[in-house]
Design a protein around this ligand. Structure first.
Ligand SMILES: [Zn+2]
Ligand SMILES: [Zn+2]
Ligand SMILES: [Zn+2]
Length: 341
């Protein structure tokens, strides 16, 4: 891979939010390249084209595959145009009133299947369990790097949800900071715990199961529901019933159960709205390597989960300007549609 200068992270002095600034600025006309110029010529994630990608980071092998190449179930490779890079120094710096640092981190692509045309809702239970296991192994591995504070595993499905490739892939980004949206959630959970001495997510699970009206489905280890104050219509959360702050601590049985619930909810969504673009992401604890001002109650007050955001609406000036979201379908109604479909 060509070695380029590191991208830069800058902190907003007003909101404390970090942004990544690319070192090669796009020109105005670059934003309007015709779609054909950006389209995939042929898919490099399909089995048999392994040699055209950077060296793999990990894979779940499939020794019984009858293909000559591509004896794998899932593969993880470095991102082809990474924002964050593993090599280099953090180089925290002040610039007058501003703070910045180098974009050190990890950027990986998780190839969910050796085959091209497999929509995520039809990937199958065994394969979904392998995808979940791949997420888990990468997160556990990256937690060992003390420079990295947070790892986010996420998926973009559909062009308007940010997907660049038509092959089913997920992404992973490890950052040297805790992103603001995550930090707000961690702080909220910490405050709730400080006040009630209980995990807010464990309370949510109890409350949602007691009411039932927002529950989509429940299994032995998971519950899927539409949150009481969702941001988007048909937003769905998957919560593990067993309290654990970090996703990478899930057991084998939970992995299989999670694959079942994730597949079921994606199937339901795509049945209600054919081909709907969506994002999902896993919210897990930040890196638990102890550091200065280390957070001692993290294991008790945070509870990992997965959030699914169908992209049914475009964000308007009102949401951007106020941070207040409008729900044209109530979470209770949305859950009922999802239960019954
Ligand atoms: Zn492909
Ligand atoms: Zn909990
Ligand atoms: Zn969350």
């Amino acid at each position: 891979m060509q070695k380029t200068e590191l991208h830069e992270l800058r902190k907003d002095p007003l909101l404390g939010r970090w942004v990544a600034v690319m070192n090669h600025s796009r020109t105005p006309s670059d934003y309007f390249l015709p779609p054909a110029a950006q389209a995939e010529k042929a898919c490099i994630f399909c089995a048999g084209r392994e040699g055209e990608l950077p060296p793999e980071i990990m894979s779940i092998p499939n020794p019984h595959s009858d293909m000559t190449a591509g004896k794998w179930w899932t593969r993880v490779v470095p991102n082809l145009s990474p924002i964050f890079r593993v090599e280099g120094e953090l180089g925290r710096k002040g610039e007058g009133m501003y703070d910045k640092m180098n974009a050190i981190g990890a950027n990986e692509i998780i190839i969910e299947s050796p085959f091209h045309d497999v929509p995520p809702e039809d990937i199958g239970l065994d394969q979904m369990a392998r995808v979940v296991r791949t997420y888990k192994e990468r997160m556990a591995d990256l937690e060992r790097d003390a420079r990295l504070r947070y790892t986010l595993v996420y998926k973009n499905s559909g062009v308007s949800a940010g997907a660049i490739y038509s092959h089913s892939v997920s992404h992973l980004v490890s950052t040297p900071i805790i992103p603001k949206r995550v930090k707000e959630e961690l702080d909220g959970a910490k405050q709730y715990f400080a006040y009630k001495e209980r995990c807010v997510f464990c309370d949510l699970i109890r409350e949602e199961l007691r009411f039932g009206s927002r529950v989509i489905l429940e299994t032995k280890s998971f519950v899927a529901f539409c949150p009481y104050a969702s941001k988007f219509p048909f937003e769905s959360w998957l919560l593990p019933k067993r309290h654990a702050c970090a996703f990478q601590d899930v057991g084998v049985e939970e992995t299989e159960d999670m694959a079942l619930v994730l597949s079921a909810v994606l199937k339901k969504l795509r049945k209600l709205f054919i081909g709907v673009p969506f994002n999902y992401f896993i919210h897990s604890a930040p890196n638990r390597i102890p550091r200065k001002n280390h957070w001692h109650t993290l294991g008790e007050d945070y509870h990992w989960h997965l959030e699914i955001m169908p992209r049914l609406l475009r964000t308007s000036g009102f949401e951007w300007g106020s941070g207040l979201y409008v729900l044209p379908t109530s979470p209770e109604q949305a859950a009922q549609y999802l239960r019954e479909v």
